[in-house]
Design a protein around this ligand. Sequence first.
Ligand code: GMT
Length: 377
Amino acid sequence: MKKLKIGITCYPTVGGSGVIATELGKMLAERGHEIHFITSSVPFRLNKIYPNVFFHEVEVNSYSVFQYPPYDIALASKMADVIKEVKLDVIHVHYAIPHAICAVLAREMSGEKVGIVTTLHGTDISVLGQDSTLTKAIKYGIDKSDIVTAVSNSLKEQTYELIETTKEIETIYNFVDDAVFRPIDVGNLKEQFGIREDERVIIHASNFRKIKNLPDIVNSFVKIREQIPAKLLLVGDGPERQRVMELAKETEFKQDILFLGKQENVEELFAISDLMLLLSEKESFGLVLLEAMACGVPGIGTNTGGIPEVIEHGVNGYLIDIGDIDACSQYALELLTDEEKLIRFREAAIDASKVKFNSQKIIDQYEQLYERLAVLS
Ligand code: GMT
């Protein structure tokens, strides 16, 4: 395929959409494409020098005449500069607002024929799509993009429900870097955390927003812990952290609940884990589940959004209704007390990450989209 010049815009801080955008850029660069990240800071997974990868910083200045710093305008201007200077073939934005709208504006400003691909990740639709002050803008961003993708069928259907668009939306699943997310030997890490060999390890990682239902994780763990020796690792930080810490302190197993804060190398924590819990109220995909699965950690997730497209119930994990902590603890105990079953689920989880969510296959899908655009222009 012809080597393309591709601009990528995402939120560069920790978060699934930024991770996917960055990994996609890195893998496309490995295939010889020239990748230009146009973001407010270096994406956090872009942690070393990669040939073919360039970074264009969006500088957002504050002026006393503005109540809010004009990020969207600064981004659109920067995108227009890069489109013109580099002669981008495609600009791929992650999140409908503001990024798709900025790309449309930038194309206008540059007067060039760059193709726009927008990937919807979830919050832009499931939360913002319900905000009537934003729906028209989201629809505009979607309609004016040349190609729109969603990270699950569920998110695609939700977009049609919430945003009155007739635009074709294509599902392209998320993927993980399988060189990082795989079963690894981490020596005596479990011991370093003070976890005994006979204790099972349950893990949850998120941005601790309310929709992640952290209290359900703690309450499910308490029910599990009443039956078997176990530890709960809570990885991440966010608005709910304080409330969850208080809840954990009130339980009789507070010493078994470890708050680890934000962690860069979560794959090392997955290496000592037996089960992942993601009990969210909304979740367009649940990338963290896939990261855990690729490391051989099956998950229990809620039957919501795209989670049922990631977990195959009874094969590589379990699905429960939102809030059903009895079912959660029951399934967890079934798995954690049956070594053979756990091994079977671990293998099935790795298998799903390699087959259904195969990174090379998914990069092929994105490349095919870009190719279609190149033919159109
Ligand atoms: O989960 C979050 O709150 C972060 C958010 C983001 O923008 O990074 O994640 C969304 O995109 C991820 C990557 O596609 C998905 O795996 C998450 O499920 C999705 N979050 C929600 O839908 C709440």
